[in-house]
Design a protein around this ligand. Structure first.
Ligand code: SAM
Ligand code: SF4
Length: 352
């Protein structure tokens, strides 16, 4: 039997012959192949939709060490995860973070991992782009909601646009493929999407628009920020020719091609569409808590089994039990009767 067919057969039965350990398959038959890891809850920005201005951060002692993060990621790679995304908080403000990229790159070199990547606000990219490329990172998602310096400052509270633009330049110069993520904010950047599209596509970058999600108490009404992307898409459709694409990145974005620019535009609409049926991902926080769904509270503590023994048997047992509880989908709601956040934790805890 050809290798590819063998692997497919193995995956269907829950056992991947290329791994020493069985693959992680949830009760709905979804194979877990994508792990997002929040390496810190701290950030050098305070985006209005993500954090309150005065955030209380975790004591440093509660965080997993870089060695523990490596062990945890490696355990998931052993169980069939092929894509690792480091996020935060801002992953590039975690001290020593290049060491983690460096050690994780061994899985790329060994062919156990297809993709090692990160989501960043771009503020530290000018410093780190070269090193990231050297460690095998090929793509990076940069969050940027506006090209207007004043609006940028108002949205991020502490950020500087020029620093982020310099980071994007550095990433492209280092050969990294950059994708831009922009959160759609009612009355803030909604008039700017055509400019953002032309700017991103003009530089060879995909752009993905994200609907605000009701995570964490940020001290402002969510209804004030919420802008349905169905509306944005309809408006953009009056200006551009948008062609539906089958293209998928393994994530929840649906893409269209913008005929005028030739570039791709993605929409992540957790509230107006349900993308859960093809969910292949789980998330780990910087304290080692495993969330099986971004939109649910259920979680498993992996730090305890990680620290309890040097071998991975205990850890695998807890991971297996948790994956067996992965829910079918989330239940985010923003409406006039549900002004409170659907979940108490902030996006900076699970990393989006
Ligand atoms: N600091 C990095 C950054 O900003 O890219 C990585 C972490 S950040 C939490 C990941 C993504 O989540 C960013 O693109 C950010 O815009 C998005 N995000 C944060 N809070 C959000 C919310 N309430 N709804 C939708 N997206 C959110
Ligand atoms: Fe920081 Fe990213 Fe949250 Fe903005 S979205 S506050 S950059 S973690």
């Amino acid at each position: 039997m050809p290798m590819g067919a063998q692997m497919e057969q193995g995956k269907a039965s829950g056992f991947d012959a290329t791994l020493g350990q069985p693959a992680l398959i949830d009760p709905f038959g979804r194979a877990i192949s994508y792990l997002r890891v929040s390496v810190t809850d701290r950030c050098d920005f305070r985006c209005v939709y993500c954090m309150s201005e005065h955030m209380a951060f975790l004591p440093k002692a509660d965080l997993l060490t870089l060695e523990e993060l490596d062990r945890l990621c490696s355990a998931f790679v052993e169980r069939g995860v092929r894509k690792l995304r480091l996020t935060g908080g801002e992953p590039l403000v975690r001290r020593g973070i290049m060491t983690l990229f460096s050690t994780l790159s061994r899985h790329l070199a060994a062919g156990r991992l297809d993709d090692l990547t990160l989501t960043t606000n771009g503020s530290q990219l000018a410093k780190y782009a070269g090193e990231l490329a050297a460690y095998g990172v090929r793509r990076v998602n940069v969050s940027l909601d506006t090209l207007d310096p004043e609006k940028f400052r108002a949205i991020t509270r502490w950020g500087g646009l020029s620093q982020v633009l310099a980071g994007i330049d550095a990433a492209q110069a280092a050969g990294l493929k950059v994708k831009i993520n922009a959160v759609a904010l009612k009355g803030v950047n909604e008039d700017e999407f055509p400019d953002l599209i032309e700017w991103a596509h003009g530089r060879g970058m995909d752009l993905t628009l994200i609907e605000v999600m009701p995570l964490g108490d940020i001290g402002e009404g969510r209804l004030d920020q919420y802008l349905p992307l169905s509306m944005v898409r309809a408006r953009l459709g009056e200006r551009f020719s948008l062609e539906d694409l089958d293209y998928r990145t393994g994530g929840p974005a649906r893409y269209v091609k913008v005929a005028e620019t030739g570039g791709r535009l993605g929409f992540i609409t957790p509230l107006t569409h349900n993308f859960c049926e093809s969910c292949n991902r789980v998330r780990i926080t910087c304290t080692g808590t495993l969330y099986m769904c971004l939109g649910q509270e259920d979680a498993a503590d992996l730090r305890k089994p990680l620290r309890a023994s040097e071998g991975n048997d205990l850890l695998f047992a807890v991971i297996d039990e948790a994956i067996a509880r992965k829910p079918k989908g989330h239940d985010f709601i923003i409406d006039r009767r549900h002004q409170r956040p659907a979940l108490a934790r902030h996006m900076s805890v699970t990393g989006g």
